[in-house]
Ligand binder design. Structure first.
Ligand code: GLU
Length: 254
């Protein structure tokens, strides 16, 4: 299977913005193992801004764009350094690709991106993709990595997208303040009632929330690709998802 795994900042970093070492080590181990089993993995990783803020000791998320872009420039290095180091332990080679909205809208640049990813996969490398936050402005921004994950999946003809989040999946209400909220394990069709379940952004380090995940699901499902939302706190859940076993999460069926 060709699998796009999107991992959010809240999975990769502690609330301080510093790296969640145990989590990231587990993630890299499971992804390496799935590659060893013959699957092709493309990782869409957030965390540049969050980790940059941690490294620069900026505890509050800044509002101004230059500070966020500076943080992304610092954090992207930290991210790739970490992935390179951890995947190397399992003999896997990572490759960094940074995209903006323009790169996927412009036919030639989009084709170049597709060719690069497919060559990297042929060569056995593991592409790690993020938005090029340091140069993206309002006009060209994709804006969130859930959407980026779905766009990447569509571009590279993936079989499956898995969004690793800080929440188990899509609930009938916000489980953080409604104890009767129920997890939806399968969504057959994204209609008005599903759209209505999407609230705003979740944590203060990432930018997503359920809304962007449902947008991502619409893109993936529209392209004939299943999309799963599950909790990133236990990366081994990826084995169950890939093997078709039951798991805690929400599967949007293509
Ligand atoms: N590209 C952003 C980052 O790496 C994250 C965007 C998102 O999480 O949706 O910090």
């Amino acid at each position: 299977m060709r699998i796009v795994v999107k991992v959010g900042t809240s999975t990769l970093a502690h609330k301080t913005g510093n790296l969640n070492i145990k989590r990231v080590e587990e993630l890299c181990k499971v992804l390496s193992d799935l590659k060893n089993a013959g699957h092709e993995i493309v990782l869409v990783s957030s965390g540049a801004i969050g980790m940059g803020l941690g490294k620069l000791s900026l505890v509050e998320r800044p509002d101004d764009i230059p500070t966020k872009q500076a943080a992304a420039a610092v954090g992207q290095c930290e991210l790739m350094y970490t992935y390179d180091k951890l995947f190397s332990e399992y003999n896997h080679t990572v490759a960094q690709i940074l995209l903006t909205g323009d790169d996927v809208k412009n036919a030639e640049r989009h084709r170049n991106f597709q060719n690069t990813v497919s060559r990297l996969l042929e060569l056995g490398a593991l592409p790690v993709i993020n938005e090029n936050d340091s140069v993206a402005t309002d006009e060209i921004v994709i804006g969130d990595n859930d959407t980026l994950g779905a766009i990447v999946a569509q571009s590279v003809g993936a079989d499956l997208v898995v969004i690793l989040s800080d929440i188990d999946g899509l609930y009938t209400a916000d489980p953080r303040n409604d104890e009767n909220a129920e997890l939806l394990s399968v969504v057959e069709r994204i209609d008005e009632s599903i759209m209505a379940l999407a609230g705003g952004s979740g944590s203060n380090l990432g930018t997503g929330g359920m809304k962007t995940k449902i947008t991502a699901a619409e893109i993936a499902v529209g392209a004939g690709i299943d999309l799963v939302i599950t909790n990133g706190n236990n990366p081994s859940v990826l084995y169950d998802i890939v093997d078709g076993n039951s798991f805690v999460g929400t599967k949007f069926k293509a």
